[in-house]
Design a protein around this ligand. Structure first.
Ligand SMILES: [Zn+2]
Length: 429
């Protein structure tokens, strides 16, 4: 860069703003959080699921980061808590074509997570509102008979009644035991993790891509892992009161890969929550906490809260010594504020959080919700440990799809939410 004194002025101005905003008592970590997001969501980690051991490699990254920060082991000489569970995966190349039109996984279609294996060219048997009620009398019973090498397409995009759709989807799920199956849909496609496997695959297909073909070709192979070894990552920062605990939790797993070409980055869900926990760990190493502060990075959340359930059943300390659990899941953009699950269960604590936010003017809204079994706080709550689950409300709505990327996740109000959490934890007696 050429020497130029005029460049200095904006630099000084920038420094002034930095100093000024620090004086505002916000622990500014957004840049660090962004780096964590970029790393965890990169293809290297394969969507932090159970193909190519993406989860295990993400766990190892978190451990090295925690060690760099200066967090300590809580287990016996290790931050790893291994456990085993069963999971259905799609590690192989997948292919799906309507006649000669090859479709794009993730964008045009997703697989039902309990999909089995099928390959070849199949004659289409379409069920729709016209023939389903007139020809089949609104009922189907499946059997092998003369339907070999057929694929059943459920094309009911005209049906809006929720109960009717549910019944129809039930038939589609049953169909997976006998035939490759297609479910044509106009609603958002939301991928997830399956714990069981059916005989054949089900493809959830975007109605915009469906062209009523005569033939469908596909190659879809699942791999069922009956003893998959995953691990939770548990670290701590000793407090002045060593044997009382404040526990932060966030799941680091996501949906992994769906075939060799598609992975789900899971930035908002929940690399953002992991970034929050790492950033809090940084804060508490610099500002020693009152109570021993524990950071639990769980896997298996998307497979049904498996990792957190394991930890609650195999905790490293007595759960009645836990003052409070804060689970962070989805922290990608809090421009509209946060929702606090269990806010109406622990009313006094919730009110305290609202008071802090009002006084400090961190975020637009702190909203309460009742109990919900929708993230890793759940089994702590069931065990009688007071817990909040906090998620952000704002401009990011990508969820369980290929669009939940680091670049689509702005981390609005990340520092403010973090400061609110720090202030709130400081009031715990
Ligand atoms: Zn999540």
């Amino acid at each position: 860069m050429p020497e130029n004194n005029s460049l200095l002025k904006p630099v000084f101005f920038f420094l002034f703003i930095l100093v000024f905003s620090n004086a505002d008592n916000v622990f500014a970590q957004k840049e660090y959080a962004k780096k964590i997001l970029d790393t965890l969501c990169s293809e290297h980690f394969d969507g932090r699921g159970y193909v190519n051991k993406g989860d295990v490699r993400a766990a190892d990254f978190l451990i090295s980061e925690l060690k760099n920060i200066g967090a300590k082991e809580l287990g016996e000489n290790s931050m790893e808590q291994p456990y085993i569970f069963n999971v259905n995966t799609f590690p192989y190349s997948i292919y799906f074509a309507l006649e000669d039109d090859t479709l794009i996984p993730g964008a045009d279609y997703i697989l039902d997570p309990t999909s089995g294996t099928a390959g070849g060219e199949f004659e289409v048997m379409e069920l729709n509102s016209e023939n389903f009620y007139s020809v089949y009398g609104g009922k189907i019973s499946f059997g092998k008979e003369d339907l070999e090498q057929k694929i059943i397409v459920f094309n009911f995009t005209d049906v809006t009644d929720k109960d009717k759709l549910k019944t129809l989807r039930g038939y589609a799920n049953e169909s997976m035991n006998y035939f490759p199956t297609v479910w044509v849909t106009r609603t958002k496609k939301t991928y997830s993790v399956g714990r069981s496997q059916k005989n054949y695959p089900l493809v959830e297909l975007d109605s915009a891509a469906y062209n009523s073909p005569q033939k469908i070709s596909l190659q879809i192979n699942n791999k069922y892992e009956s003893k998959y070894q995953s691990k939770n990552v548990i670290a701590s920062i000793p407090g002045k009161k060593k044997n009382k605990f404040v526990v932060f939790t966030a799941h680091y797993d996501h949906l992994g890969r769906m075939g060799t070409d598609t992975y789900f980055p899971g930035a908002n869900d929940n690399a953002s929550g992991c970034a929050m926990l790492l950033s809090l760990a940084k804060y508490y190493t610099e500002n020693p906490p009152e109570f021993t502060t524990v950071f639990c990075f769980f896997s298996g959340e998307e497979a049904g809260l498996v990792g957190s359930n394991y930890f609650v059943n195999h905790p490293y300390f007595k759960l009645n010594k836990v003052k409070f659990v804060m689970n962070i899941d989805i922290m990608g953009a809090a421009d509209k504020g946060i929702t606090v699950v269990n806010g109406s269960v622990h009313e006094a604590q919730f009110n305290r959080m609202v008071e802090i936010n009002t006084a400090k003017n961190y975020i637009p809204e702190v909203k309460k919700r009742g109990a919900a079994a929708n993230s890793d706080h759940h089994f702590f709550s069931e065990a009688g440990v007071p817990a909040f689950f906090i998620y952000s409300m704002g401009s990011v709505t990508n969820y369980h799809d290929i669009f939940d990327t680091a670049e689509n996740t702005p981390l609005h109000k990340f520092d403010e939410v973090q400061s609110l959490i720090i202030d709130f934890v400081a009031t715990i007696k």
